[in-house]
Design a protein around this ligand. Structure first.
Ligand SMILES: Cc1ncc(COP(=O)(O)O)c(C=O)c1O
Length: 391
Protein backbone atom coordinates (compact mmCIF):
# COMPACT_ATOMS: atom_id res chain seq x y z
CA UNK A 1 0.00 0.00 0.00
CA UNK A 2 1.56 3.26 -1.09
CA UNK A 3 1.59 5.96 1.55
CA UNK A 4 1.55 8.80 -0.98
CA UNK A 5 -1.42 7.43 -2.92
CA UNK A 6 -3.52 7.35 0.21
CA UNK A 7 -2.42 10.80 1.31
CA UNK A 8 -3.26 12.25 -2.09
CA UNK A 9 -0.88 13.72 -4.63
CA UNK A 10 1.62 16.28 -3.34
CA UNK A 11 0.38 18.80 -5.89
CA UNK A 12 -3.07 18.75 -4.28
CA UNK A 13 -1.41 19.41 -0.93
CA UNK A 14 -0.01 22.67 -2.39
CA UNK A 15 -3.50 23.95 -3.16
CA UNK A 16 -4.94 26.10 -0.37
CA UNK A 17 -8.19 24.89 1.22
CA UNK A 18 -11.17 25.93 -0.86
CA UNK A 19 -12.78 28.60 1.27
CA UNK A 20 -15.98 28.51 -0.77
CA UNK A 21 -16.62 24.88 0.20
CA UNK A 22 -16.41 25.91 3.86
CA UNK A 23 -18.79 28.81 3.29
CA UNK A 24 -21.21 26.49 1.52
CA UNK A 25 -21.10 24.14 4.50
CA UNK A 26 -22.04 27.03 6.82
CA UNK A 27 -24.86 28.15 4.54
CA UNK A 28 -26.28 24.60 4.39
CA UNK A 29 -26.12 24.42 8.17
CA UNK A 30 -28.13 27.67 8.45
CA UNK A 31 -30.69 26.40 5.96
CA UNK A 32 -31.10 23.15 7.89
CA UNK A 33 -31.69 25.26 10.99
CA UNK A 34 -34.59 26.93 9.15
CA UNK A 35 -32.91 30.23 8.18
CA UNK A 36 -34.10 31.64 4.84
CA UNK A 37 -30.61 32.35 3.52
CA UNK A 38 -30.32 34.75 0.56
CA UNK A 39 -27.24 33.89 -1.44
CA UNK A 40 -25.35 36.74 -3.04
CA UNK A 41 -22.17 34.71 -2.91
CA UNK A 42 -21.82 33.27 -6.38
CA UNK A 43 -21.62 34.90 -9.81
CA UNK A 44 -24.21 32.70 -11.46
CA UNK A 45 -26.91 34.55 -13.45
CA UNK A 46 -30.44 34.03 -12.11
CA UNK A 47 -31.88 34.99 -15.51
CA UNK A 48 -32.71 32.04 -17.77
CA UNK A 49 -30.89 31.21 -21.00
CA UNK A 50 -32.77 32.94 -23.86
CA UNK A 51 -35.54 30.71 -25.28
CA UNK A 52 -34.21 30.65 -28.85
CA UNK A 53 -30.99 29.04 -27.56
CA UNK A 54 -32.87 26.45 -25.48
CA UNK A 55 -35.04 25.58 -28.51
CA UNK A 56 -31.99 24.87 -30.67
CA UNK A 57 -30.58 22.64 -27.95
CA UNK A 58 -33.86 20.73 -27.65
CA UNK A 59 -33.98 20.05 -31.36
CA UNK A 60 -30.28 19.22 -31.63
CA UNK A 61 -30.44 16.91 -28.60
CA UNK A 62 -33.07 14.80 -30.40
CA UNK A 63 -30.88 14.38 -33.50
CA UNK A 64 -28.84 11.15 -33.38
CA UNK A 65 -26.12 12.87 -35.43
CA UNK A 66 -25.28 14.73 -32.23
CA UNK A 67 -25.14 11.65 -30.00
CA UNK A 68 -21.70 10.47 -31.02
CA UNK A 69 -18.23 11.70 -29.97
CA UNK A 70 -17.90 15.34 -30.96
CA UNK A 71 -14.78 16.67 -32.70
CA UNK A 72 -11.99 17.59 -30.28
CA UNK A 73 -11.65 20.97 -31.90
CA UNK A 74 -15.33 21.94 -32.11
CA UNK A 75 -17.68 22.13 -35.08
CA UNK A 76 -16.29 24.25 -37.94
CA UNK A 77 -19.62 26.12 -37.82
CA UNK A 78 -19.00 27.02 -34.16
CA UNK A 79 -15.48 28.27 -34.84
CA UNK A 80 -16.88 30.35 -37.72
CA UNK A 81 -19.60 31.77 -35.46
CA UNK A 82 -16.98 32.72 -32.86
CA UNK A 83 -14.83 34.39 -35.56
CA UNK A 84 -17.91 36.28 -36.79
CA UNK A 85 -18.80 37.39 -33.27
CA UNK A 86 -15.24 38.66 -32.71
CA UNK A 87 -15.26 40.57 -35.98
CA UNK A 88 -18.63 42.13 -35.22
CA UNK A 89 -17.87 42.96 -31.59
CA UNK A 90 -14.17 43.92 -31.63
CA UNK A 91 -13.35 44.39 -35.30
CA UNK A 92 -10.71 41.68 -34.89
CA UNK A 93 -10.21 38.96 -37.52
CA UNK A 94 -9.36 35.51 -36.24
CA UNK A 95 -8.66 32.45 -38.37
CA UNK A 96 -11.47 30.04 -37.49
CA UNK A 97 -9.46 26.90 -38.18
CA UNK A 98 -6.25 27.68 -36.31
CA UNK A 99 -6.79 30.59 -33.90
CA UNK A 100 -9.94 29.45 -32.06
CA UNK A 101 -10.48 26.43 -29.80
CA UNK A 102 -13.87 25.82 -28.14
CA UNK A 103 -13.62 24.73 -24.49
CA UNK A 104 -15.93 23.28 -21.85
CA UNK A 105 -16.39 26.75 -20.36
CA UNK A 106 -13.49 29.10 -19.84
CA UNK A 107 -12.50 27.35 -16.58
CA UNK A 108 -11.56 24.34 -18.71
CA UNK A 109 -9.23 26.45 -20.85
CA UNK A 110 -7.81 28.41 -17.92
CA UNK A 111 -7.01 25.37 -15.77
CA UNK A 112 -5.39 23.49 -18.65
CA UNK A 113 -3.27 26.23 -20.20
CA UNK A 114 -0.36 25.80 -17.77
CA UNK A 115 -0.26 22.05 -18.48
CA UNK A 116 0.17 22.84 -22.15
CA UNK A 117 2.54 25.79 -21.92
CA UNK A 118 4.66 25.71 -18.75
CA UNK A 119 7.14 23.37 -17.07
CA UNK A 120 7.75 22.62 -13.39
CA UNK A 121 9.67 25.51 -11.82
CA UNK A 122 8.41 28.12 -14.28
CA UNK A 123 6.67 31.16 -12.89
CA UNK A 124 3.04 32.02 -13.60
CA UNK A 125 2.08 35.63 -12.78
CA UNK A 126 -1.38 35.75 -11.23
CA UNK A 127 -3.43 38.68 -9.89
CA UNK A 128 -4.44 38.69 -6.21
CA UNK A 129 -7.30 39.08 -5.46
CA UNK A 130 -8.25 36.98 -8.44
CA UNK A 131 -10.12 34.01 -9.83
CA UNK A 132 -8.40 31.23 -7.92
CA UNK A 133 -7.95 28.92 -10.91
CA UNK A 134 -5.06 31.02 -12.29
CA UNK A 135 -2.89 30.02 -9.35
CA UNK A 136 -4.23 26.50 -8.81
CA UNK A 137 -3.85 25.68 -12.52
CA UNK A 138 -0.20 26.74 -12.26
CA UNK A 139 0.30 24.57 -9.17
CA UNK A 140 -1.24 21.54 -10.91
CA UNK A 141 1.38 21.98 -13.63
CA UNK A 142 4.19 22.10 -11.04
CA UNK A 143 4.80 25.81 -11.73
CA UNK A 144 5.18 28.55 -9.14
CA UNK A 145 2.44 31.18 -9.04
CA UNK A 146 3.81 34.67 -8.35
CA UNK A 147 1.30 37.08 -6.91
CA UNK A 148 0.65 40.42 -8.61
CA UNK A 149 -1.23 42.40 -5.94
CA UNK A 150 -4.24 44.38 -7.10
CA UNK A 151 -4.76 47.43 -4.92
CA UNK A 152 -7.24 50.26 -4.75
CA UNK A 153 -4.34 52.74 -5.04
CA UNK A 154 -3.57 51.30 -8.49
CA UNK A 155 -7.25 51.07 -9.57
CA UNK A 156 -7.08 47.28 -9.09
CA UNK A 157 -4.50 46.91 -11.88
CA UNK A 158 -1.21 45.09 -11.25
CA UNK A 159 1.88 47.26 -10.89
CA UNK A 160 4.05 45.77 -13.63
CA UNK A 161 7.09 47.79 -12.51
CA UNK A 162 6.96 46.02 -9.14
CA UNK A 163 7.62 42.58 -10.69
CA UNK A 164 11.30 41.80 -10.01
CA UNK A 165 13.25 41.25 -13.23
CA UNK A 166 14.46 37.76 -12.20
CA UNK A 167 10.81 36.77 -11.66
CA UNK A 168 9.80 38.28 -14.99
CA UNK A 169 12.58 36.33 -16.70
CA UNK A 170 11.37 33.02 -15.19
CA UNK A 171 7.75 33.80 -15.95
CA UNK A 172 6.07 32.00 -18.82
CA UNK A 173 2.47 33.14 -18.35
CA UNK A 174 0.75 36.26 -17.06
CA UNK A 175 -2.95 36.26 -16.18
CA UNK A 176 -5.08 39.37 -16.53
CA UNK A 177 -8.86 39.51 -16.16
CA UNK A 178 -10.81 42.62 -17.13
CA UNK A 179 -13.59 43.39 -16.45
CA UNK A 180 -12.37 41.90 -13.21
CA UNK A 181 -13.65 39.32 -10.80
CA UNK A 182 -13.82 40.04 -7.86
CA UNK A 183 -13.06 43.80 -7.93
CA UNK A 184 -15.37 44.79 -10.86
CA UNK A 185 -12.49 46.98 -12.13
CA UNK A 186 -11.97 47.62 -15.82
CA UNK A 187 -8.75 48.10 -17.79
CA UNK A 188 -8.14 50.80 -20.37
CA UNK A 189 -6.17 50.67 -23.59
CA UNK A 190 -3.11 52.26 -22.02
CA UNK A 191 -2.71 49.62 -19.29
CA UNK A 192 -3.31 46.72 -21.68
CA UNK A 193 -0.70 48.17 -24.07
CA UNK A 194 1.84 48.32 -21.23
CA UNK A 195 1.07 44.70 -20.33
CA UNK A 196 1.59 43.67 -23.96
CA UNK A 197 4.95 45.49 -24.05
CA UNK A 198 6.00 43.88 -20.75
CA UNK A 199 5.13 40.39 -21.99
CA UNK A 200 6.86 40.92 -25.33
CA UNK A 201 10.00 42.11 -23.55
CA UNK A 202 10.11 39.12 -21.20
CA UNK A 203 8.71 36.56 -23.66
CA UNK A 204 5.69 35.82 -21.51
CA UNK A 205 2.38 34.52 -22.86
CA UNK A 206 -0.25 37.07 -21.87
CA UNK A 207 -3.50 35.28 -21.02
CA UNK A 208 -6.49 37.59 -20.87
CA UNK A 209 -9.55 36.06 -19.24
CA UNK A 210 -12.57 38.00 -20.51
CA UNK A 211 -15.81 36.21 -19.53
CA UNK A 212 -17.36 39.53 -18.43
CA UNK A 213 -16.58 41.40 -21.67
CA UNK A 214 -20.32 41.77 -22.38
CA UNK A 215 -21.52 42.57 -18.85
CA UNK A 216 -21.05 46.33 -18.84
CA UNK A 217 -23.21 49.38 -18.21
CA UNK A 218 -24.07 52.86 -19.38
CA UNK A 219 -22.57 52.41 -22.83
CA UNK A 220 -19.18 51.19 -21.59
CA UNK A 221 -17.70 48.58 -23.99
CA UNK A 222 -14.83 46.49 -22.55
CA UNK A 223 -11.87 45.92 -24.87
CA UNK A 224 -10.57 42.69 -26.29
CA UNK A 225 -6.85 42.22 -25.70
CA UNK A 226 -6.55 41.82 -29.46
CA UNK A 227 -7.62 45.41 -30.04
CA UNK A 228 -4.14 46.31 -28.70
CA UNK A 229 -1.37 46.46 -31.33
CA UNK A 230 1.15 43.64 -30.85
CA UNK A 231 -1.15 41.57 -28.62
CA UNK A 232 -1.65 38.94 -31.31
CA UNK A 233 2.05 38.05 -30.99
CA UNK A 234 1.97 37.37 -27.24
CA UNK A 235 -1.59 36.79 -26.28
CA UNK A 236 -4.40 34.37 -25.68
CA UNK A 237 -7.92 35.44 -24.80
CA UNK A 238 -10.49 33.34 -22.97
CA UNK A 239 -14.21 33.86 -23.44
CA UNK A 240 -17.32 32.15 -22.22
CA UNK A 241 -21.00 31.94 -23.00
CA UNK A 242 -21.66 31.48 -19.27
CA UNK A 243 -22.22 35.09 -18.26
CA UNK A 244 -23.08 36.63 -21.65
CA UNK A 245 -26.01 34.29 -22.35
CA UNK A 246 -26.81 32.98 -18.84
CA UNK A 247 -25.34 29.60 -19.73
CA UNK A 248 -23.16 28.69 -16.73
CA UNK A 249 -24.62 25.19 -16.59
CA UNK A 250 -24.04 24.44 -20.27
CA UNK A 251 -20.24 24.50 -20.15
CA UNK A 252 -19.10 26.21 -23.29
CA UNK A 253 -16.52 28.89 -24.04
CA UNK A 254 -13.34 29.24 -26.07
CA UNK A 255 -9.69 30.23 -26.12
CA UNK A 256 -8.32 32.17 -29.07
CA UNK A 257 -5.13 33.80 -30.22
CA UNK A 258 -1.73 32.72 -31.52
CA UNK A 259 -2.19 29.61 -33.64
CA UNK A 260 0.81 27.71 -32.25
CA UNK A 261 -0.34 28.26 -28.65
CA UNK A 262 -3.95 27.38 -29.43
CA UNK A 263 -2.62 24.25 -31.15
CA UNK A 264 -0.70 23.19 -28.03
CA UNK A 265 -3.78 23.59 -25.85
CA UNK A 266 -5.73 21.57 -28.41
CA UNK A 267 -3.06 18.86 -28.31
CA UNK A 268 -3.33 18.68 -24.53
CA UNK A 269 -7.11 18.61 -24.58
CA UNK A 270 -7.25 15.69 -27.02
CA UNK A 271 -5.70 13.68 -24.20
CA UNK A 272 -8.02 14.95 -21.48
CA UNK A 273 -11.56 15.25 -22.81
CA UNK A 274 -13.55 14.42 -25.91
CA UNK A 275 -15.06 17.72 -26.97
CA UNK A 276 -18.31 19.51 -26.18
CA UNK A 277 -21.72 17.82 -26.64
CA UNK A 278 -22.57 18.78 -30.20
CA UNK A 279 -26.11 19.88 -29.36
CA UNK A 280 -24.61 22.44 -26.96
CA UNK A 281 -22.33 23.60 -29.78
CA UNK A 282 -25.34 24.18 -32.08
CA UNK A 283 -27.03 26.13 -29.30
CA UNK A 284 -23.86 28.22 -28.87
CA UNK A 285 -23.87 28.99 -32.61
CA UNK A 286 -27.45 30.22 -32.22
CA UNK A 287 -26.40 32.32 -29.20
CA UNK A 288 -23.47 33.99 -30.96
CA UNK A 289 -25.30 34.65 -34.22
CA UNK A 290 -28.44 36.03 -32.57
CA UNK A 291 -27.37 39.57 -31.69
CA UNK A 292 -26.93 41.43 -28.44
CA UNK A 293 -30.49 42.33 -27.51
CA UNK A 294 -30.91 39.83 -24.66
CA UNK A 295 -27.47 40.58 -23.23
CA UNK A 296 -28.21 44.31 -23.23
CA UNK A 297 -31.55 43.66 -21.51
CA UNK A 298 -29.79 41.57 -18.84
CA UNK A 299 -27.22 44.34 -18.34
CA UNK A 300 -30.00 46.83 -17.72
CA UNK A 301 -31.33 44.57 -15.00
CA UNK A 302 -27.86 44.22 -13.44
CA UNK A 303 -27.31 48.00 -13.65
CA UNK A 304 -30.58 48.64 -11.84
CA UNK A 305 -29.67 46.10 -9.16
CA UNK A 306 -26.21 47.68 -8.81
CA UNK A 307 -27.85 51.05 -8.13
CA UNK A 308 -30.07 49.48 -5.47
CA UNK A 309 -27.08 47.86 -3.72
CA UNK A 310 -24.99 51.05 -3.86
CA UNK A 311 -27.90 53.13 -2.51
CA UNK A 312 -28.47 50.64 0.31
CA UNK A 313 -24.82 50.36 1.33
CA UNK A 314 -24.40 54.14 1.12
CA UNK A 315 -27.32 54.73 3.50
CA UNK A 316 -25.71 52.47 6.13
CA UNK A 317 -22.25 53.97 6.06
CA UNK A 318 -20.44 52.95 2.87
CA UNK A 319 -19.42 55.28 0.10
CA UNK A 320 -19.39 53.28 -3.12
CA UNK A 321 -20.30 53.83 -6.76
CA UNK A 322 -22.00 51.24 -8.98
CA UNK A 323 -19.31 49.54 -11.13
CA UNK A 324 -18.91 49.99 -14.89
CA UNK A 325 -18.93 46.23 -15.54
CA UNK A 326 -19.54 42.74 -14.08
CA UNK A 327 -22.29 41.71 -11.74
CA UNK A 328 -20.07 42.11 -8.68
CA UNK A 329 -19.97 44.68 -5.92
CA UNK A 330 -16.54 44.91 -4.25
CA UNK A 331 -16.58 46.93 -1.07
CA UNK A 332 -14.50 47.33 2.10
CA UNK A 333 -15.54 45.58 5.29
CA UNK A 334 -16.31 47.88 8.24
CA UNK A 335 -13.61 48.72 10.78
CA UNK A 336 -13.13 46.03 13.38
CA UNK A 337 -13.81 43.06 11.09
CA UNK A 338 -11.69 40.91 8.84
CA UNK A 339 -13.42 39.67 5.70
CA UNK A 340 -14.31 36.19 7.01
CA UNK A 341 -15.56 37.72 10.26
CA UNK A 342 -17.75 40.22 8.42
CA UNK A 343 -19.22 37.64 6.04
CA UNK A 344 -19.97 35.40 9.05
CA UNK A 345 -21.59 38.33 10.89
CA UNK A 346 -23.83 39.17 7.90
CA UNK A 347 -24.86 35.52 7.54
CA UNK A 348 -25.54 35.11 11.27
CA UNK A 349 -27.35 38.42 11.77
CA UNK A 350 -29.45 38.82 8.62
CA UNK A 351 -29.14 35.51 6.72
CA UNK A 352 -27.42 37.01 3.68
CA UNK A 353 -24.47 35.17 2.17
CA UNK A 354 -21.64 37.32 0.80
CA UNK A 355 -18.09 36.31 -0.08
CA UNK A 356 -15.09 37.33 2.05
CA UNK A 357 -12.42 38.99 -0.08
CA UNK A 358 -9.65 36.81 1.35
CA UNK A 359 -11.20 33.89 -0.58
CA UNK A 360 -9.70 35.49 -3.70
CA UNK A 361 -6.22 35.79 -2.19
CA UNK A 362 -4.51 37.55 0.71
CA UNK A 363 -4.75 40.93 -1.02
CA UNK A 364 -8.54 40.58 -1.01
CA UNK A 365 -8.48 40.85 2.81
CA UNK A 366 -10.44 43.84 4.05
CA UNK A 367 -13.08 43.53 1.32
CA UNK A 368 -16.17 41.52 0.49
CA UNK A 369 -17.81 40.60 -2.80
CA UNK A 370 -21.51 40.52 -3.42
CA UNK A 371 -23.10 39.33 -6.65
CA UNK A 372 -26.30 40.91 -8.00
CA UNK A 373 -27.33 37.65 -9.69
CA UNK A 374 -30.27 37.02 -7.37
CA UNK A 375 -33.87 37.55 -8.50
CA UNK A 376 -35.09 41.13 -7.93
CA UNK A 377 -37.39 40.24 -5.05
CA UNK A 378 -34.65 38.32 -3.23
CA UNK A 379 -32.09 41.08 -3.76
CA UNK A 380 -34.58 43.67 -2.49
CA UNK A 381 -35.29 41.51 0.57
CA UNK A 382 -31.52 41.15 1.14
CA UNK A 383 -31.12 44.95 1.00
CA UNK A 384 -34.03 45.44 3.42
CA UNK A 385 -32.31 43.05 5.81
CA UNK A 386 -28.91 44.75 5.37
CA UNK A 387 -30.42 48.09 6.42
CA UNK A 388 -31.05 46.51 9.84
CA UNK A 389 -27.52 45.16 10.20
CA UNK A 390 -25.72 46.20 13.38
CA UNK A 391 -22.11 47.03 12.59
C1 LIG B 1 -12.85 35.52 -13.96
C2 LIG B 1 -13.54 34.26 -14.31
N1 LIG B 1 -13.00 33.46 -15.23
C3 LIG B 1 -13.58 32.30 -15.58
C4 LIG B 1 -14.75 31.88 -15.00
C5 LIG B 1 -15.32 30.55 -15.40
O1 LIG B 1 -16.39 30.66 -16.23
P1 LIG B 1 -16.92 29.42 -17.09
O2 LIG B 1 -18.30 29.19 -16.62
O3 LIG B 1 -16.85 29.86 -18.51
O4 LIG B 1 -16.02 28.25 -16.84
C6 LIG B 1 -15.35 32.67 -14.01
C7 LIG B 1 -16.58 32.21 -13.34
O5 LIG B 1 -17.04 32.74 -12.38
C8 LIG B 1 -14.73 33.89 -13.67
O6 LIG B 1 -15.24 34.70 -12.73
Amino acid sequence: MSRTAHAGAQRLGRIPPYLFAEIDRKVQEKKRAGVDVISLGIGDPDLPTPKRIVSVLQEAAADPANHRYPSYFGLAELREAIAGWYRERFNVDLDASSEILPTLGSKDGISHVPLALVDPGDVVLAPDPGYTVYATGAIMAGADPYVMPLTIENDWLPDLDAIPSDVADRARLMWLNYPNNPTAAVAGREFLARAVDFCRLHEIVLCHDAPYSEIAFDGYRPLSLFEIPGAREVGLEFHSLSKTFNMTGWRIGWVCGRADLVGLIGQLKTNIDSGIFQAVQWAAIEALNGGEEETHAACEIYARRHRLVADTLNTIGWNIKPPRATFYVWAPVPAGYDSIGFAGHVLDEVGVNITPGVGFGVHGEGYFRLSVTAPDARLEEAMTRLRTLKL
